[in-house]
Design a protein around this ligand. Structure first.
Ligand code: NAD
Ligand code: UDP
Length: 330
């Protein structure tokens, strides 16, 4: 390293990203490396994969800690920003590991808020549209308090995230900590796990394997899918805004799961059919973000429509080794 490089490395802002080896965390690492930050990545690899960030390991402004943030968090040196993205996010993941899910949203968040306070860092947490549960208003504005069953199977995720928001707001109010809360709606794109059980990889995986597409229930339930690059841009803008209340980031284009299955059939050209399976307990009937706040406060709105985003994501899944394709969620 020459003298100029040393000065620039000392001046770099340092950002801690938890859940860095996961789908969204790895895209955040890419973005902040691109913005010339020093990225401290942390993950315990419970649902993540080092492959998602292996292209960054040779960089001098990237480091990785294999650590469970629910146990403790220690990072030497200064930290200017923290993005807490560690948490299982797919229903089949958090149903398999319910206690870890509750712990990372609660104890993990507490540990990271403590670190943020000690370091004087600004912390942004990854919350979710799941805080609205099975919503009785559509689209969902941030003011809606939600309709969550705390003791249902999804409660471990939803309540952990609601606690996470409450704890973060308490640190903001009582300790004056700089905090940001993003409520993320269903996001998709390259680096999702083909076998993570979420509807998009499930349908594309089934099409690629020549299996029928499994629509749960009668397929009238809706979701609104946001392409990952749009989400990352929204998070970036929120982090550098001065707004501490929750902000929805998602794509308001809503679709039923039956129509979505048909869209994937057209995209992939599969000759398989759609079969209906039992609807999981407490599966939300509708979900669509009201993004009035994101538009007004951040000047943000999604740019990638579903046709474009699905094409990119399909190409990504098609390029994966055949062995990965064979690992189903069952
Ligand atoms: P993911 O499973 O791909 O990534 C989560 C990462 O967190 C994984 O790499 C996992 O190993 C890591 N992790 C989990 N527990 C940990 C712990 N105790 N210590 C350290 N690392 C741990 O999921 P994702 O889709 O990238 O989601 C990332 C975050 O965004 C989550 O907090 C999730 O709740 C939130 N979110 C995602 C979506 C979405 O559509 N993808 C929607 C709403 C909210
Ligand atoms: N879903 C489906 N078939 C599948 C997987 C999921 O019909 O193989 C449905 C699921 O019941 C839900 C929607 O797709 O209504 C989105 O599910 P996902 O697990 O992707 O996310 P979430 O329910 O958390 O929004």
């Amino acid at each position: 390293m020459n003298a100029d490089q040393l000065v620039s490395s000392q001046q770099r802002k340092r950002i801690l990203i938890t859940g860095a080896a996961g789908f969204l965390g790895s895209h955040l690492c890419d973005r902040f490396i691109k913005e010339d930050f020093h990225v401290v990545a942390m993950d315990n690899l419970i649902t993540g994969d080092l492959q998602n960030i292996s292209h960054l390991f040779h960089l001098e402004n990237f480091e990785f800690y294999h650590n469970d943030v629910s146990k403790f968090v220690h990072v030497p040196g200064k930290i200017d920003y923290i993005l807490h993205f560690a948490s299982p996010a797919s229903p089949i993941d958090y149903l398999k590991i319910p206690i870890q899910t509750l712990k990372v949203g609660s104890l993990g968040t507490h540990n990271l808020l403590g670190l943020a306070k000690a370091k004087g860092a600004r912390m942004l947490i990854a919350s979710t549209s799941e805080v609205y549960g099975d919503p009785s208003v559509n689209p969902q504005p941030e003011e809606y308090w939600g309709n969550v069953n705390p003791v249902g199977p999804r409660g471990v995720y939803d309540e952990a995230k609601r606690f996470q928001e409450a704890m973060t707001m308490a640190y903001h109010t009582f300790h004056g900590l700089e905090t940001r809360i993003v409520r993320i709606f269903n996001t998709y794109g390259p680096r999702m796990r083909l076998n993570d059980g979420r509807v998009l990889p499930a349908f594309i995986g089934q099409a690629l394997r020549g299996e029928d597409l499994t629509v749960f229930g009668d397929g009238t339930q809706t979701r609104s899918f946001c392409y990952v690059d749009d989400l990352i841009e929204g998070i970036y803008r929120l982090l550098f805004s001065d707004y501490a209340q929750p902000v929805n980031i998602g794509n308001p284009e809503e679709i039923t799961m039956m129509d979505f299955a048909e869209e994937i059939i057209r995209l992939t050209g599969t000759t398989q059919k759609i079969i209906c399976k039992e609807l999981p307990t407490d599966d939300p009937k509708q979900r669509r973000p009201d993004i009035t706040k994101a538009r007004a406060l951040l000047g943000w709105e999604p740019k990638v429509n579903r046709a474009e985003g699905l094409k990119i994501t399909y190409e990504y899944f098609r390029s994966l080794p055949a062995a990965l394709l064979e690992q189903t969620e069952h």
